[in-house]
Design a protein around this ligand. Structure first.
Ligand SMILES: O=C[C@H](O)[C@H](O)[C@H](O)COP(=O)(O)O
Length: 225
């Protein structure tokens, strides 16, 4: 199976999962992430849009796609809590901790994930790792802090590379940090968050996945954490 076929497979499984958990009469309010796997999820949602009250989205890209299939997009400030947030990941470990932000949407993703009771990760099997860090860690920064933050990563053994030509939905820049071996994701997430000028780092440990639907050639594997 191709990676796209695996993505479509987990997207369909995520829709089944949502519908199974939804009250038969009620309509669901969900959080929706960003990326190619989420694009497949939004496409798979289209026939079921009447079962949705709306969505809080983590990017302009996903908002446009949701509106295109007829799902109302709500402002995060209007919502107190979401039962579920569905999003992809660049890496996921055996505890449900993730690296995210390959599509530069990490800050809004973390905000929407934080509103949700459960994070359902949808990913193909290539994303499952033992230790996070092979995928360069995305970090959104305030532009004037870029060099200082890059030096802080050097002191940790990482090499921060500016993602050229990318400005986030929030006006920030992205550093991609190579060479980290993230053996303690909660501790590193907390430490990076304390550095002035960091808007958000791509370690999702405090907001880790409760469930991962992993697309494999043998079918969708469900990992509960
Ligand atoms: O900023 C982007 C996100 O964190 C994505 O969820 C992540 O990069 C996975 O994207 P994809 O489904 O395209 O592999």
């Amino acid at each position: 199976m191709t990676q796209d076929e695996l993505k479509r497979q987990v997207a369909a499984a995520a829709v089944d999962h949502l519908l199974a958990a939804a009250p038969p009469e009620g309509r669901l309010l969900i959080g929706v992430g960003t990326g190619s796997t989420v694009d497949a999820f939004i496409a798979a949602l289209a026939p079921w849009r009447d079962r949705l009250a709306g969505a809080v989205s983590s990017s302009e890209r996903s908002s446009e796609r949701l509106r295109a299939i007829g799902v109302p997009v709500l402002d995060a400030n209007e919502v107190v809590a979401l039962p579920v947030y569905v999003d992809g990941a660049d890496e996921i470990d055996g505890r449900g901790c993730m690296v995210k932000g390959g599509g530069a949407a990490l800050t809004r993703e973390k905000i929407v994930a934080d509103l949700a009771e459960r994070f359902v990760c949808i990913a193909d099997a290539s994303k499952r790792v033992e230790v996070l860090g092979r995928f360069p860690l995305p970090v959104e920064v305030i532009p004037m802090a870029r060099a200082r933050i890059a030096r802080r990563f050097e002191a940790l053994g990482g090499r921060a590379v500016l993602r050229e030509g990318v400005v986030t939905d929030n006006g920030g820049w992205i550093l991609d940090v190579h060479g980290l071996s993230i053996t303690d994701p909660p501790a590193l997430e907390r430490e990076i968050n304390q550095w002035p000028g960091v808007v958000c780092n791509g370690i999702f440990a405090a907001n880790r996945a409760a469930l991962c639907l992993l697309g494999t050639p043998a079918g969708v594997q469900t990992l509960a954490f």
